[in-house]
Design a protein around this ligand. Structure first.
Ligand SMILES: [Zn+2]
Length: 229
């Protein structure tokens, strides 16, 4: 797994890490590009990636698509996958597809990148049913209010924050100071108008830290969660 060894060396320089995005051409940072097995075609040719089936994209072929996924050395996570209660896809089907991806993540010892919209009680219940899952559960795009964030932390979730940190009135800004830094990641997601360095700068300011310390901490989180086995 030379790519992962290269990544370990790279992490020593504490680069910016975008833990969840859908596209990146910035070679200067570690970007975990999320590919959807039902919506996207090819895996990225050089960068690290996560792969899964987004609840929005669950089609008739989802189980077959997951069966065909290859455990590639640059595949660092399963997802984004999860639950969304404001879409038309039936919740039973979403739960089946999500649990199948949890099983895969467990077998392959990968963390999960989770999309969750107004389904946090179901998410917590599912995590409790899969207590043997060895790696991290990362709720991405966190913009939840502090009480919910405390609940998620109590259940062992990691949280990844993105563009909501750039909005001073957001719930994310209120919740971020509650997150132990070893449970934190940052991301740009689908936003093509923001850079990950702006997200780091906003996060550092909110928690009264500085960007260099945050980069070192998140590099250490990344190594522990995505690379160590
Ligand atoms: Zn996304």
């Amino acid at each position: 797994m030379s790519e992962q060894q290269d990544c370990r060396a790279w992490l020593k320089a504490a680069p910016y890490i975008d833990v969840h995005c859908h596209w990146s051409d910035n070679q200067a940072l570690i970007a975990l590009i999320s590919i959807d097995l039902e919506a996207d075609s090819e895996r990225p040719s050089t960068s690290f990636y996560s792969a899964g089936i987004h609840p929005w994209n669950i089609g008739s072929d989802w189980a077959h698509q997951l069966d065909r996924l290859e455990n590639h050395p640059r595949l660092l996570a399963i997802g984004e996958c999860g639950l969304d209660s404001v879409i038309a896809v039936p919740m039973d089907l979403q739960i089946s597809a999500f649990e199948r991806q949890i099983v895969l993540a467990t077998q392959w010892r990968k963390p999960l990148i989770i999309h969750c919209v107004r389904a946090f009680n179901q998410l917590i219940a599912i995590k409790q049913r899969h207590a043997d899952h060895a790696k991290a559960w990362i709720v991405h795009g966190c913009n939840s209010h502090p009480e919910l964030v405390k609940q998620l932390l109590a259940h062992g979730f990691y949280l990844s924050f993105g563009k909501a940190l750039l909005n001073p009135g957001s719930r994310a800004v209120k919740s971020l100071p509650l997150i132990p830094v070893d449970k934190l990641f940052l991301e740009t997601d689908a936003a093509d108008t923001i850079n990950i360095d702006a997200v780091y700068a906003a996060a550092a300011k909110i928690i009264n830290s500085d960007v260099d310390s945050l980069k070192r901490q998140l590099a250490s989180n990344f190594q522990r969660v995505f690379l160590d086995d």
